[in-house]
Design a protein around this ligand. Sequence first.
Ligand SMILES: Cc1cc2nc3c(=O)[nH]c(=O)nc-3n(C[C@H](O)[C@H](O)[C@H](O)COP(=O)(O)O)c2cc1C
Length: 327
Amino acid sequence: MKTRITEMLGIEHPIIQGGMHYVGFAELAAAVSNAGGLGIITGLTQGTPEKLANEIRRCKEMTDKPIGVNLTFLPSLAAPDYPGLVKAIIDGGVTIVETAGRNPAQVLPYLKDAGIKIIHKCTSVRHSLKAQDIGCDAVSVDGFECGGHPGEDDIPNMILLPRAADELEIPFVASGGMADARSLVASLAMGADGMNMGTRFIATKEAPVHDNVKQAIIAATELDTRLVMRPLRNTERVLSNSAVERLLEKERSLGSKLTFEDIKDEVAGIYPKVMLDGCMDSGAWSCGLVAGLINDIPTCRELINAIMSDAEEIIRRRLENMLGGKV
Ligand SMILES: Cc1cc2nc3c(=O)[nH]c(=O)nc-3n(C[C@H](O)[C@H](O)[C@H](O)COP(=O)(O)O)c2cc1C
């Protein structure tokens, strides 16, 4: 299958693995890229330019296909060394960067000068248009279903994707709630050029996270995620657990008095404990509604191959048959 995204990024299938804190290590990114998608290393998990340079090197030893690096711009007290991380990306020969969070204008000129394609991930049509205006090459449109930060507008992809298609000129991929061939074909039908998956890629053989995390995703239904930090306008969709329920109780009881300090125990420094140690009740960790559609732990190649062949089946048989009058 060819789309504007496969052509722009030089990949075989229009499937991207979104950056994920403490999940997007070299092993997963290489496995996704080797399977014909685009694998992405999460820059801030590495933290320093030296460590990111090393992770890019490790990934390139495992694949000769294009890989990307995610750069997330979050409000934080101690800002990461973004210029250093950008230099590590450029020097490492990475050709694609996924930006997320704040407007990436500060790093754009350096990335563009190096010929790097920039996919900005955002949760609204107005932010997508802004990304297009400042020169991003593509957008990843993250609907309300998504694991992680869905923004504050709460617009699901059934509305967000056709709205993005109506307004954008640059290519975009559908993100949030994507799991299988049905997601891909529906996204293409709504005007997207491919899809980005987060949660689905955690439950794969190569995702270098504790098995407890994969089992938790398989056990979860679409009713098991919660939205936390809404009062701080930093909403995150996470899997429910005892720490998350405690956090929500604090949000309810403190109301408008809530500050980040009040919930620090449930949200700060949680990812290594969950993803590496498998301590599932340590705190809040991102997970999409799509957990309700995930029931197995395939390899990335099995997952991507199944998506592409099932998509062909849907398009050539199910939809063609309907057009041909067969039910
Ligand atoms: C565990 C986890 C960690 C994530 N960490 C990041 C991150 O550090 N930066 C980022 O831009 N997006 C992050 N995301 C969002 C994903 O890249 C992707 O946009 C999202 O998962 C798509 O929704 P889905 O989970 O329904 O597929 C994370 C998602 C998950 C599930």
